[in-house]
Design a protein around this ligand. Sequence first.
Ligand SMILES: Cc1cc2nc3c(=O)[nH]c(=O)nc-3n(C[C@H](O)[C@H](O)[C@H](O)COP(=O)(O)O)c2cc1C
Length: 482
Amino acid sequence: MKRTTHRLLLFAFTILIFVPFSVSAQPSAWPQTGDRLVDLKACIDYLEKTGNLVRVKSEVDPVHELAGIAKKHEGKKCILFEKVKGSSFPVFMGLLWNRDTVGALFNVPREQVPFIIGAAIGSWRKDKSAFPPEILEKGPANEVVVTRNVNLYDLPAPVHALKDGGPYFDSSVVVVNDPETGMPNISIHRIMITGKDRLSFLIDPGRHLGAYLDVMEKKGKPLPVTINNGVGLAPWLVSSVPGTGPGKANIASHIVGKPIRFIKAQTVDVPAFADAQFVIEAEILPHVRETEGPFAEVTGYYGQQDKRWVMRVKAITHRKNPVFHSLLSGQEVWNAVGFTAEAKIFVTVQQKVPDLKAVYLPPGGCGFYGAVLQLIKSREGVQNDAIQEAFKAFPSLQWVVAVDEDVNIYDPVDVEWAITTRFNAKKGFLILKDQPGHILNPMVEGGLVTKVGVDATAPFPRTPAFERVKFKDVNLEDYVIE
Ligand SMILES: Cc1cc2nc3c(=O)[nH]c(=O)nc-3n(C[C@H](O)[C@H](O)[C@H](O)COP(=O)(O)O)c2cc1C
């Protein structure tokens, strides 16, 4: 009897968790979120209304001081710097540094956010023609147009960490057209301001932007680009979903249930986000490389200085009263990468290993290099398949731990408990030697790193020795306790 009840509960819970994926044939309007997933201003208003925003009223220096104050708020409420020295525009930070806030913006518990993104990936894969993008002549992002004497230093781009090489756009979405198909692709890149109309930036190996640039450099031509600052949360998040290419903006449309709006740029033939706060129109110069970095990176170390790609700015457009969006390297980036990688790993691995129930990329792995997989094992060995598939689905991973459904993957103590009581070092290690890794991690040498999978699951079928202790679930409100 007990066993049946347990199975029923497990089934109900599984249905609850998988619902977003099972509705994936339908484009999914995410309910009751208004404009807050596509419009940063609406998002900030919502944060303020719900007590999730603090305002810094004092004037702050964008060089080091602003980030210093932000660091003290990391993981707490979002922060709006009203007066930034040398600029007439405010700066907003912290959108991603608290998973509960992101959950509230999506109107779901924090654990459900990757499932919403995953559902949108699933629904986009099924119907790539839904939500064709709207390209408008005018939109909020080009209410003000500056094409002469452009000066990037008018913007409040902060210098974050003490050894950073300069002010950065670190949370802006780059749009470029595939030179062969004309399809726009979106991705986030760290971009350093090096002059009034000049930028240098980083392209990691394997990025679409790098491939498009190769094509244009062979022709000796510049690659037109828009840099979109302050785009809504949904398009911002999906712009770093790994391995989905030029479909990314469309995945955002599947999240919000309507097309993401674009505008024509003034000076380059590539679209911009209609609802962005600022748009920088530029071209990437062929065969030109200039100094970029150092920059405080996702790893907690500095990304090193080097000669990198260069953009020349042709125009800046913005809203009448724009807010500059920046992010603090650390928890914000871990969550940004974590949410999208969890979604991608889940939808990809679950197709091959249906026993997979949830995925979490914890902060200790920088939201990038470590994953915990939760499985409802249907046979012995399935955990090793899941670990191997996870490494394939997100090649930046360096370690993966597999646990059972009775382990809380969001609680590091519970995961350590599973490692302590269910991992047998004699046979539970999976070592994958010299695999491709992420270049920003200092343990990656020559692009390669050795990876480890840890099987912290109980044997299948579960023996009595692995029955986890349970206590009666009581409601404390039923008792007088002083
Ligand atoms: C905050 C943040 C910063 C990023 N910075 C960079 C960067 O500087 N260079 C880079 O190549 N990728 C960077 N990425 C990752 C890419 O934006 C991401 O992998 C994207 O999906 C690449 O697009 P593609 O697959 O179409 O090439 C960043 C991601 C985030 C979330």
